[in-house]
Design a protein around this ligand. Structure first.
Ligand SMILES: Nc1ncnc2c1ncn2[C@@H]1O[C@H](COP(=O)(O)OP(=O)(O)O)[C@@H](O)[C@H]1O
Ligand SMILES: [Mg+2]
Length: 372
């Protein structure tokens, strides 16, 4: 079932938690809502579920206004961060709870039992149906919570940081497992997380929220490679930024030409955002600018160096092979090979990917030896 939210607004004591949020989730799509704490993710999820009334805007399930369903009939499966299982109920009764609560179209007991059995198999907990929640691990409890949410065959499945309270290893396993279940059951799913790695790995599409607004909704690659705003750039992945002026097709940092191709950009002052892979050590004679090493740390096979650059000591982060020897306070020259330039424009930003100039090669093409 397609899910649409349109023009949603919600304030708490005059403070906007949702500020004109519009989003369409295609039938069967798995969308991750990603954003810092307080950005409105839970409020959006609760509004979709009907647990919160919006001040303005609508939620549609397919073509129908979700508010016209009675709350029990909305058909929303909800999984919270903190396993909200009934502690006094066995696993099987937790899972069956929603099915037994359906008044109008309650299944007979033997069909409920069959459905619980299928769900236990789906979430790989067969054999544990007689246990109480206290006799399960955190990961197992979240799997029961998911089975309970799926039991009612929801129109949409909403998960609010379902793995947030679990340790990193279990999280990673459950993430793959959830993707697998989603692919098998095909529910329209909205998944909240503040963990970018989780969002990028799990979701068909990532929706980045900030301050009650959607900053960008796009596939994982586009979110990483073409962030729509400086916020998205710095929220996803490692980043550095330098104040840069575009003038006459050149990108200038504190007056130094960065030797990037900025011919397509309009003139102005903005910020150049950089990933660690956008930088390299400069050749002594080539383009570059100086910086001083202020910190180093080991990341896998690489060493991540932070340089303080320019008069203001802007921190710039990049990677070098771990075997190369560097020391704190050492002076280096850095070369920028690319980056994403954001120029402010009417309350928003114009973004351009900048590349290093092509190296000029005036030699004639080599001839192959065959026709000699
Ligand atoms: N029931 C509530 N009463 C008052 N303020 C709330 C309530 N729910 C959320 N807020 C506020 O709305 C904003 C968004 O919160 P929330 O949706 O929980 O963000 P997130 O889930 O992204 O951390 C926050 O500033 C939060 O304090
Ligand atoms: Mg939340």
């Amino acid at each position: 079932m397609q899910l649409t939210v349109s023009g949603l607004r919600k304030s708490f004591s005059g403070q906007p938690a949702l500020d004109d949020v519009s989003l369409t989730v295609a039938s069967g799509e798995l969308v991750a809502l990603l954003g810092p704490s307080g950005s409105g993710k839970t409020t959006l999820l609760r509004t979709i579920a009907g647990l919160e009334q919006p001040d303005a805007g609508v939620v549609l399930f397919g073509d129908r206004d979700a508010a016209t369903y009675r709350i029990q009939e909305r058909g929303v499966g909800f999984v919270f961060q903190h396993y909200a299982l009934f502690r006094h109920m066995r696993v099987e009764d937790n899972i069956a709870f929603g099915l037994r609560a359906q008044k109008s179209r309650r299944l007979p007991a033997h069909l409920i039992a069959r459905r619980v059995g299928e769900l236990l198999e789906l979430v790989q907990l067969s054999g544990l149906e007689k246990r109480f929640p206290a006799q399960l691990s955190g990961g197992q409890r979240q799997r029961v919570a998911l089975a309970r949410a799926l039991a009612i065959e929801p129109r949409v499945l909403l998960l609010d940081e379902p793995f947030g309270a679990l340790d990193a290893r279990v999280r990673k396993d459950l993430r793959r497992w959830l993707r697998d279940i989603h692919d098998r059951t095909g529910h329209t799913t909205v998944f909240v997380t503040h963990d970018q790695e989780e969002a990028l790995e799990l979701a068909d599409r990532v929706v980045v929220m900030n301050g009650g607004r959607i900053e960008q909704a796009a596939g994982p690659d586009a979110i990483y490679d073409e962030p729509a705003s400086p916020f998205v750039f710095s929220f996803i992945g490692d980043s550095s930024r330098l104040p840069v002026r575009i003038a006459q097709g050149r990108a200038l940092f504190e007056g130094d030409d960065l030797d990037l191709d900025a011919g397509a950009m309009s003139e102005g002052e903005g910020h150049l955002f950089l990933r660690p892979e956008d930088m390299d050590m400069a050749q002594a004679s080539g383009p570059g600018f100086p910086g001083r090493i202020v910190s180093m740390r080991r990341i896998g096979g690489m060493r991540r160096i932070t340089l303080a650059c320019g008069e203001a000591g802007h921190p710039v982060v990049f990677d070098v092979p771990a075997h190369r020897a560097f020391s704190l306070s050492q002076d280096l020259r850095l070369r920028i090979c690319g980056g994403r330039m954001y120029l402010p424009s009417g309350g928003s930003f114009v973004a351009h990917r900048l590349k290093a100039h092509e190296v000029q090669d005036d030699r004639p093409p080599e001839r192959s030896g065959n026709d000699a």
